[in-house]
Design a protein around this ligand. Sequence first.
Ligand code: ADP
Ligand code: MG
Ligand code: MG
Length: 204
Amino acid sequence: TVALDTDFFRRWMSAVAAAVDREAQRLTELDSAIGDADHGTNMRRGFAAAVASLEQEEPGTPGGVLVLTGRRLISTVGGASGPLYGTLLRRAGRTLGDAGSVTPAQLRDALRTGVDAVAQLGSAAPGDKTMLDALYPAIEALGASGEGFEAARRAAEEGAVATVPMQARRGRASYLGERSIGHQDPGATSSALFFAALADTVGT
Ligand code: ADP
Ligand code: MG
Ligand code: MG
């Protein structure tokens, strides 16, 4: 089993920042269909600030990397996605504690704890057409060992696509009622980038 160290987590967060930067326009276009056209901007701003803080403060543990990233997302993103992703990362980071490296199974358990906190904060469940529709399938796909990184990438992507026929029940898109049907959820799409970045980081 692989040990995931602090440098791995730093590279993962940089890979997420690069992915949301690259895909910012697409995320904002998705949000313009069923929201307020800022999801790409929000994610880009938040993760760029997080990467800058990681370089300045150099947290020394995997948990520290996630907690700092989460704090920066909460402090720099005005939209719903800032507190939601921020809660995911802070809670996951706190679950990892001060271990110097963690196993994939520990990472999976920490992510599950974080995603449960997102569901509680947003009063949302799978099927509501939110980021949870990508996050929960990805965590399941990580498997018992936690090493199903490529499966998690695919599950998150499929989960994002599966939001297209859903009617939104949480967030701004829910204001549209039935008119939210037929569009992919922006937050589920950025969650797919989050897991794609994880798989890419494992592969390098
Ligand atoms: P805002 O809607 O405040 O402009 P963003 O556009 O950055 O924020 O993020 C919107 C995304 O946040 C949605 O696509 C959805 O995935 C997610 N989201 C919104 N509300 C909730 C919620 N209550 N629970 C889970 N995810 C949510
Ligand atoms: Mg928005
Ligand atoms: Mg907004």
